[in-house]
Each structure stands twice: as C-alpha cells, then as structure tokens.
Design a protein around this ligand. Structure first.
Ligand SMILES: Cc1cc2nc3c(=O)[nH]c(=O)nc-3n(C[C@H](O)[C@H](O)[C@H](O)COP(=O)(O)OP(=O)(O)OC[C@H]3O[C@@H](n4cnc5c(N)ncnc54)[C@H](O)[C@@H]3O)c2cc1C
Length: 409
C-alpha cells in the first residue's frame, strides 16, 4: 500500500499528527515546513484542552483528543507527558448566562462527557478557595480537561513521524505549485525540491490564505488575528503547590489563566484585532503592539486582564507582577469551527485550517479526520472515534456558518 503518497504542508501540531496518522494508514508521507517544527502558533499557544464545547461533534472530538493525549505512550510510542489534566473551570455571572451554562452541561453529559458538572457558588468555593463566590452565579467544571505541553506534542510528534518512515523537510516553504485541470500534480519548495503526490494536505492554519493562493485553491474565510499571553509572577498569596494544581479558569468576562509553572500564571484575553492574513511575515508573530505590552501603563490590556481575573480570584490580585508578553496568530473562521475537508477547486487537496483558538486540542481529532479523508479520496460525512460516529457537517467547506461554536475564548 506504500504506493500512495501524500505531502503535508505545515509542521505544527496539525501537520505532525496528521503525517503520523497517514504513515500508520500505509501512506508514504513528506512533510514540508517553511521554518522549523512548531514555529507557528503551535509554540505560542495557551494549549488549553477542554471537552466543554457547545456542539456534539466538538465534545466527541475533544473526548477523543483527551484520550489520545492521555495514552501518548501507546498512541505515539513516546515517553513524554503531553497533557496535564487539572480541569477547566468556567465561571459564570448573571441568570441568562447561567441558564445557558446549565443547558450546555446537560447537552455535554448527553454527548458522553459524564464528568462535567454545574457548581453553585458555595460548591465552587469549597473546591477552589481562591474564587470569590459573590462574583459568580455558578461555575461549570470538568476535571478531565486541562492543558497540553505543546512542545512535547510537536517535537515528539516529529520524532514519531521520522521513526515511522516519514520524510521531514524543514526550512522548506511551499513556493510554487503545478496543476493539471482541477488536480495538483507537484509542488516546489524554497530549497528547490519538487514533490509529486497523490494527495496534498494544507495544515498551515493562519497562513492558509496565502498558501491557498499558491496552490490555486479556493479562498477560505480564515482570518489571521493576533492573540497575546501574559505571565504573572506568583508572589506570596498562593502557595506553589496550590498554583500548580489550579485548573484553567475562565472569568465571567472571558479573561483566562492557568499555571505555567510553580511560580508563574499564564493569562490571556481576546481583543478586537485586524485580519492580517494577506500579508504578515513570520517574525510578525512576535510583534507586540504597545497597548498589549506588559511594560506599558495600567490602561494596557495585560493589566485589564490581570484585574478581570483578580475580581473573580482575589489572591491573583496580590500576585507580584507581570513579567512577560508572548504573541501569535489565531486562524479564525466565521463560526469558530475549523475546515476539515477537500478543497472545492482541487480534487486532491485537503484543507485542515481555521482552528479559531482550539487547534492544539483538536490535533488528534484533526489527524484522524485528515487520514480518513485521504483514505476516502473525497469528502466524507462522518468519522468513527471512540466507537461513535462524529458528523463532519460542522467542519465542511461551504457550510452555512449559522451554527457557530459558542464556547470560544
Ligand atoms: C495566544 C494563543 C493562545 C491559544 N490558546 C489555545 C488553547 O488554549 N488551546 C488550543 O487548542 N489552541 C490554542 N491556540 C490555537 C493553537 O495554537 C492553534 O490553533 C494551533 O497551534 C494550530 O496548529 P497548526 O499546526 O494547525 O498551525 P501552526 O502551528 O500555526 O502551523 C502552521 C505551520 O505552517 C507553516 N507554514 C506557513 N506557510 C508555509 C509554507 N508556505 N510552506 C510550508 N509551511 C508553511 C508555519 O511556519 C507553521 O509552522 C492559541 C493560539 C494563540 C496564538
């Protein structure tokens, strides 16, 4: 079966895990990466992983991803531990938001996420003594959620890719493509390699617009939006052990935090950002606009984020100070679901882009869908995960964007 060949474009979490899934299915695979493994959003991510979503497919898909990351030794044959299951705690304020949260918990339980719970303010305080119960109407809690060590995922993912016989070309951007009619025949890298394949997979997320243009593919609505993370030093108001045990917490306003290590809290909060998908450079990933830099004044977004978190989590307000800002791009779609489908203009091109802030957690599920699409040779309606059928309608190109994912941070 090794006569079937694939070229994966983009060496982040999506590309490396998809490359491995294809190799396991018997494909001959070459992965090309413009810079180096993990150079894109995969190394700039908060890397939260949760199953608390608002659609059945994402709940099921993320149940599969959690299971895959938990069983990394079996699924990838590697020694690292890519997942910390500290849980995810959504704090909710206001009756309308609370009614919606209760409905989501019911749906999530019906979709197989049995461990998700709704907590009253007192129950929340009992488990998480740093939460101010007067600031919330309730909380939703899933103990098997948590966060990833993304470097373990893409570095060990690349090691498995090589061990399975994949060819990895780093420093090798796609620069040109040859087509015959509606089919891609070969692509050329910046190092001059000309690669033929039966199937090509676009795993370039925030870069997909320009990569799509080079490939002659359909224009997909994937915006490249800047997102920041800020790191707050712990101080004395919380012990190292308490910080390390903290779940990923989302404040009622949408600011979020999780432990980075025993001395530092990672925080983030989305903001209105322009779409730069047409023309950003690789180094623009690290550019920090003044309003988002932690060394600027108290009106800046990092301080707003800190204060929003401190309102719900008073000990965080006593932390020592913000020590660092990092940045990267989301590749965002209108309904916040990714595209996992064949390109409508190109019969042998699969697009796996537009993860809208949840591509690290989607990695194993995306890889499963990517390999199933390649095997099928055309668009498919469902994929089997954990013995259940995940409908792929929410991830199709050309879908109606009306049914948006509600749980976006
Ligand atoms: C601040 C921030 C917080 C986030 N928080 C979370 C979170 O909590 N949970 C979560 O799941 N996700 C989160 N994300 C999103 C997540 O990081 C991404 O969805 C995920 O990393 C996407 O992985 P990817 O492999 O699809 O894309 P990327 O990691 O971006 O990889 C794409 C690769 O394509 C390469 N490339 C580009 N052009 C070319 C070309 N011409 N030829 C070859 N290669 C090319 C790039 O160099 C890059 O390495 C966050 C992102 C940011 C920025």
């Amino acid at each position: 079966m090794a006569d079937r060949s694939a070229v994966v474009i983009g060496g982040g979490i999506t590309g490396t895990l998809t490359g491995c899934a294809l190799l396991r299915a018997g494909w001959k695979v070459t992965l090309i990466e413009a810079q180096h493994i993990g150079a894109g959003s995969s190394s700039r991510t908060a890397a939260g992983i949760r199953q608390q979503f608002s659609t059945r497919e994402s709940v099921l898909g993320m149940r599969y991803s959690v299971d895959f990351y938990k069983r990394w030794h079996q699924t990838m044959g590697q020694e690292g531990q890519p997942i910390e299951q500290n849980g995810y705690l959504f704090l909710v304020q206001g009756q309308q938001a609370w009614d919606a949260a209760l409905k989501r918990v019911q749906d999530q339980q019906a979709w197989g996420l049995s461990e998700v719970q709704a907590l009253t303010p007192d129950q929340t305080l009992e488990r998480f003594p740093y939460v101010d119960p007067d600031e919330i109407t309730g909380a939703t809690w899933c103990p098997s959620d948590g966060f990833l060590r993304p470097d373990v995922v893409y570095n060990e993912g690349a090691a498995t890719f090589r061990a399975l016989g994949g060819t990895l070309l780093q420093g090798s951007p796609l620069i040109q493509a040859e087509r015959v009619g509606g089919r891609l025949t070969s692509i050329t890298t910046g190092k001059g390699a000309v690669l033929n394949a039966d199937v090509f997979l676009d795993c370039t997320n925030a870069w997909s617009r320009r990569v799509g243009d080079i490939l002659g593919a359909a224009h997909l609505p994937v915006q490249a939006l800047k997102r920041y993370l800020w790191f707050i030093e712990r101080g004395e108001s919380m012990s190292p052990a308490e910080l390390l045990k903290m779940p990923l917490i989302i404040s009622p306003q949408g600011a979020y935090c999780r432990p980075e290590n025993a001395g530092s809290l990672m925080t983030g909060w989305k903001h209105a950002a322009p779409d730069v998908s047409a023309d950003f450079e690789y180094e623009d990933q690290d550019t920090v606009e003044p309003a988002y830099f932690h060394k600027n004044d108290a009106d800046s977004r990092p301080f707003e984020t800190w204060m929003a978190l401190a309102q719900a989590l008073p000990p965080v307000g006593e932390f020592a100070g913000i020590s660092a800002t990092t940045a990267g791009f989301y590749g965002t779609t209108p309904d916040h679901n990714p595209f996992l489908d064949f390109d409508p203009n190109t019969e042998n091109l699969i697009r796996m882009v537009g993860f809208s802030g949840h591509g690290a957690m989607f990695g194993p599920f995306s890889a499963q869908v990517g390999a199933a699409l390649a095997e099928a040779g055309g668009s498919i309606d469902h994929v089997s995960v954990l013995g259940e059928e995940a409908e792929l309608a929410p991830f199709k190109i050309g879908r109606d964007f009306g049914a948006a994912e509600a749980m976006v941070i």
